[in-house]
Design a protein around this ligand. Structure first.
Ligand code: ADP
Ligand code: MG
Length: 186
């Protein structure tokens, strides 16, 4: 079986599992993940933080985004330009509009980020060796290969799996933050 076929099967299984999370559990886990995230000094010391607007059963990042803004740090959110992620500085959540895939994106008036210290990454699945599974379009792999920033996967514990087949283009992450633990990838 090719790596792509294995990834596709695992992605389908993990998305089904994630979509089965109740709204209540999603909120409880998201709050715990926010608290755990704040225990990581590489995150708390960052001034320019890339986050993402949540979709579907993803971790709810709204409180994280509001907290970043409340601390007068730069909140960076992505929009898709020519099939690549471009992060922009968002001064408040009203500076967003519906973009590709019906995801909220920064408006054209938002300034492009010049510096990124830390990236919070949406995650379908991840292994403790730092291999991350996304939605299968490689957006984060392409973007992360271009920058030097602390890479943090936000995910439910149940999305951690023993093994994820990896391609040479897969960028390893530095930390996994779940509702139960923070895992530093060595
Ligand atoms: P995901 O990381 O979203 O789970 P994959 O790792 O399977 O998905 O990547 C999906 C596709 O994205 C790859 O087949 C490849 O074509 C493309 N891709 C990923 N990273 C790069 C890169 N650095 N340069 C060019 N294409 C890339
Ligand atoms: Mg990948």
């Amino acid at each position: 079986m090719s790596v792509n076929t294995q990834k596709a099967a695992l992605r389908k299984h993990l998305l089904e599992k994630r979509d089965a999370t109740s709204a209540e559990l999603r909120e409880i886990s998201s709050e715990k993940i926010h608290q755990n995230l704040k225990k990581i000094s590489e995150y708390t010391n960052s001034q320019n933080i890339a986050c993402y607007f949540p979709i579907g059963s993803e971790i709810n990042t709204c409180d994280i985004m509001l907290d970043i803004l409340g601390q007068n740090k730069n909140l960076l959110l992505p929009r898709i330009v020519n099939d690549n992620l471009q992060f922009c500085i968002v001064s408040n959540l009203e500076k967003l509009e519906k973009g590709n895939f019906e995801i909220m994106e920064p408006k054209d008036s938002c300034k492009k980020a010049e510096k990124i210290d830390c990236v919070l990454i949406p995650t379908v699945g991840v292994s403790k060796s730092g291999v991350r599974l996304g939605y299968g379009k490689g957006y984060y792999d392409r973007f992360l290969s271009l920058i030097d920033a602390v890479k943090i996967s936000l995910t439910y514990s149940k999305q951690i799996v023993k093994f994820i087949p990896n391609d040479s283009h897969d960028v390893k992450i530095d930390w996994i933050v779940t509702e139960d633990e923070n895992v530093k990838i060595s």
